[in-house]
Design a protein around this ligand. Structure first.
Ligand SMILES: [Zn+2]
Length: 516
């Protein structure tokens, strides 16, 4: 990145370590914040001056957990979220095959919304009579249904045993095309072949992040070719955002080589992501007691305790961070057990922590481990009380208790599971919970902290995410005088985004961003 020009933003309202009117940045870092007359005194002649016209500036937003390749591919996938029956779902696929014959990727189906109340299977998809592979992800991303052509391409047969951390759906002895959790591990390499990522598409997607005020994001569960596309995209001009990547556990051994190949200021390969359970939606998250709406089982862990402990040790030895996906309370407690068992572990973050009873929150707080949470799940997970029952539902998404217990929370979208728009996450985090007895709301300041400082901490960039001297000059100019007004306006309120003092986005709508 070229050294940015010294720049001062003045005549505004700077929301950072303290409320002030002006901010001066040099060499990409904040040098001074304060009242106009104080800050302008230290600004050298020749520095660029940005008159905020009374508008508000907040720190650049951080999405600590999303999936870049999946999000880019989702733009081109068949959206099945509107399908209300299996024939409707097949019609959507038929339409796609008619105007663009080739491998088909779809997502967003949810058996709860289908009239048949069951998951699609291979025999449903084979009714389309195509030789092209079809891969359809459930809305949670933890189950996929594929057709026979895809099973063949993946060399999966009726004799293929279930992996230890997942299962193949079967009808009698035959594979029925459903892949649960670890059984989906065949898909990333095949998707790489069937739906290659173009650097242009990745760059367009990353630029869209900047337009929402995002300056930094966590690229989770990445595979090497995906990161190569990200690297090329970031290098095709000034980088629109910074990316901090966590590779899928099977690629952990590639970490040193990937770091040598890819690491730079805009992209850093931070560590490894391990899936310790599944999702509540698919009832594959691991609970300590059975699901209330499926009393036959409590879900299951996807990783052996000794393997998790070994990974924590190996990651520490490699100077890498470990991000552990833990949605059920049983998984959360086993992750905390692993932290107890491997006291020399390196930086660890827990993804989701969706079901967190108070004793586990206290244990997590004692470890000082950040939780990377997704407030946008709250309005989506309408079935929480069915899955967990009224008592355990109170432990779902208890953000207020988590913060009050001293936990560091980082906000994220988990895109493409939810929209990548951080403003919908911010709004969901503060929305009053009129209709539900679960998912505690937080204050606007706390929500902003989750999407700024909390995110920087979780991504291994502590000290950033604020607007005090020494922080990276990452900031968003909003159209309003008070930042809370932007909570209802959403992404439209972003007039300009700056990363390390360089402008990465300027709104063109109505000329409002003139001069920003
Ligand atoms: Zn995720």
């Amino acid at each position: 990145m070229p050294a940015p020009e010294p720049r001062v933003w003045w005549n505004g309202s700077i929301l950072g370590a303290s409320r002030s009117e002006a901010l001066y940045a040099e060499g990409g870092r904040v040098v001074a914040v304060g009242e106009d007359h104080e800050v302008l005194r230290v600004v050298p002649t020749g520095a660029e001056r940005v008159d905020l016209g009374g508008r508000c500036v907040i720190p650049g937003l951080i999405d600590a957990h999303l999936h870049v390749g999946d999000s880019v591919r989702a733009r081109d996938s068949v959206d099945l979220s509107g399908a209300r029956s299996l024939p409707e779902l097949l019609d959507l696929l038929r339409e796609r095959l008619a105007y663009r014959p080739g491998p088909v990727r779809g997502g967003g189906w949810d058996q709860e919304r289908l009239a048949e109340r069951r998951m699609p299977t291979r025999s449903d998809l084979d009714r389309l009579r195509t030789d092209h592979p079809i891969v359809l992800y459930r809305i949670c991303g933890h189950v996929a249904t594929v057709n026979s052509a895809a099973l063949d391409a993946a060399a999966l047969t009726d004799r293929t045993p279930d992996p230890p951390d997942g299962a193949f759906g079967r009808s009698g002895r035959s594979l029925d095309g459903r892949l649960f959790d670890g059984a989906m591990d065949v898909l990333p390499a095949l998707e790489d072949r069937w739906f290659p990522l173009s650097a242009e598409a990745v760059r367009a997607w990353l630029s869209d992040e900047a337009s929402m005020g995002v300056v930094r994001l966590g690229a989770m569960s990445a595979i090497p070719n995906e990161l190569r596309a990200v690297r090329t995209a970031l290098g095709a001009g000034a980088p629109p955002v910074r990316v901090r990547a966590y590779v899928r556990a099977p690629w952990f051994g590639d970490l040193p080589g990937l770091r040598r190949e890819l690491d730079g200021p805009a992209l850093r390969v931070r560590g490894v992501k391990v899936m310790a359970d599944g999702s509540l939606g698919a009832r594959t998250a691991w609970l300590s007691e059975p699901y209330s709406d499926a009393p036959e089982g409590p879900g299951a862990g996807r990783v052996l305790q000794e393997d998790l402990e070994a990974l924590l040790g190996a990651a520490a030895a490699a100077g890498a961070s470990t991000a552990v996906h833990a949605i059920g309370d049983r998984t959360l407690s086993s992750v905390l057990d692993a932290l107890d068992a491997v006291p020399e572990h390196g930086p660890v973050r827990i993804e989701h922590a969706s079901v967190a009873p108070p004793p586990l929150i206290e244990r997590a707080a004692r470890h000082g481990v950040p939780l990377v949470v997704q407030p946008s799940f709250v309005p989506s997970d309408r079935w929480i009380e069915e899955r967990l029952g009224p008592v355990r539902a109170r432990w779902a998404y208890p953000y207020r208790t988590m913060l009050e217990t001293g936990l560091q929370l980082a906000g994220s979208s988990d895109s493409p599971i939810e929209s990548a728009d951080p403003w919908s996450g911010l709004a969901a985090a503060v929305a009053p919970r009129a209709r539900v007895e679960w998912a505690e709301a937080v204050t606007p300041e706390e929500a902003l902290g989750m999407y700024t400082r909390g995110g920087a901490e979780a991504l291994g960039d502590p000290g950033d995410g604020g607007l005090s001297p020494g922080s990276s000059a990452d900031l968003v100019v909003l159209g309003s005088r008070r930042w809370v007004d932007a909570l209802s306006l959403g992404r439209r309120s972003v007039l300009a985004t700056y990363m390390a003092g360089q402008r990465t986005f300027a709104s063109t709508g109505g000329g409002t961003a003139q001069g920003l």
